[in-house]
Design a protein around this ligand. Structure first.
Ligand SMILES: Nc1ncnc2c1ncn2[C@@H]1O[C@H](COP(=O)(O)OP(=O)(O)OP(=O)(O)O)[C@@H](O)[C@H]1O
Ligand SMILES: [Mg+2]
Length: 303
């Protein structure tokens, strides 16, 4: 697990960030950045570099190795600190809060500005990075920055997709993106998986979900990871989140992903509320209707 660096931000100084971003820049060329190159990358003097390296090492923001040469590399914590600092500088964020969700592919925290936001650090490539890290001959491997690259690409993708979907589709409003992190509006409500709907609400909520899926398709995207865990529900309606893996509707597998998304959603409703979802509601039929922009509603159907 990656530690929450929010608490560290207050004790880090301007020059610590020069050092961190110096290491980040050096990592464009190799995973382990040579000590000698750091003054150039960071714009700090030799003595400052030594002092800042010590501070950042102590806080677990970077890692050091001394095989073949003295080198430094960013830890996810260091990368988080750089992203967080960028958001604070831009005044996207003024306060940090508690975790909203810690998953295998991301860490999500509540943050604030004039209203509550959610900060999502992407962790794609993290598990992989750990495994690779353990076994690798440090000097030879060259796929090093893949964790940074993969996580940053995922954040860029998710942010861009949210920008295309919002506000036509009910998704969290995107606010900002930096490196592997995005800031979006905090959703109200809870995951669909954690709700127990009244019998007479079931078809109505399913209908709301299908309408958002249909609208996203009209805008040009298939979510491709739809489940009861990526849907929030509250009195105002439903919100679909977690979009980095979404594909454009002209993607060669878009129809297949759409069908699978619908099967997931319908399967969930059928399992949890047997007898509440009419038999004629069928994933294949819905997928065809949504793909043809002719989906209307299932709310009027009755058992
Ligand atoms: N905008 C938001 N507002 C409030 N809570 C959020 C928001 N975005 C995410 N969360 C919380 O964080 C959790 C993880 O978010 P998300 O599903 O986007 O990440 P993930 O790691 O990709 O998830 P998965 O487990 O599907 O891989 C969500 O289940 C939700 O509880
Ligand atoms: Mg999720």
């Amino acid at each position: 697990m990656v530690r929450n660096v929010a608490g560290l931000l207050a004790e880090l100084e301007e020059a610590d960030f020069y050092l961190l971003s110096g290491v980040e820049q050096g990592m464009r060329f190799s995973e382990w950045v040579q000590r000698e190159k750091l003054p150039k990358f960071s714009g700090l003097t030799e003595e400052e570099v030594d002092y800042r390296l010590e501070r950042c090492l102590k806080r677990g923001l970077i890692e050091k190795k001394t095989i073949q040469y003295e080198g430094y590399t960013l830890q996810f914590e260091g990368y988080d600190a750089l992203a967080l600092r960028a958001f604070v500088e831009r005044e996207t964020i003024t306060e940090f809060g508690s975790p909203l969700g810690v998953g295998k592919e991301s860490d999500v925290y509540e943050v604030r500005s004039y209203k509550p936001f959610a900060l999502k650090y992407h962790r794609e490539g993290y598990t992989n990075f750990r495994e690779v890290h353990k076994e690798r001959d440090y000097a030879s491997a060259n796929e090093h920055v893949s964790w940074m690259y993969t996580a940053r690409k995922a954040a860029e993708r998710e942010h861009a997709i949210l920008e295309s979907l919002y506000p036509d589709v009910s998704v969290p409003r995107p606010i900002d993106q930096n490196r592997h992190a995005i800031v979006m509006e905090k959703m109200d409500g809870v995951e669909l998986s954690r709700t127990r709907l009244e019998d007479e609400q079931v078809l109505g909520v399913l209908d709301l979900v299908l309408k958002e899926v249909a609208r996203a398709h009209e805008v040009g995207y298939v979510h491709a990871d739809m489940s009861e865990y990526n849907l929030f529900v509250d009195e105002a309606g439903v919100t679909i989140f977690d979009w980095p893996q979404a594909v454009p509707t002209d993607h060669e597998n878009a129809d297949e992903f759409l069908r699978r998304d619908l099967e997931n959603v319908l399967g969930y409703f059928r399992r949890k509320y047997p007898r509440r979802v009419p038999g004629e509601v069928d994933a294949d039929v819905l997928a065809d209707e949504i793909a043809a922009n002719s989906f209307d509603s299932v709310a009027t159907l009755t058992e």
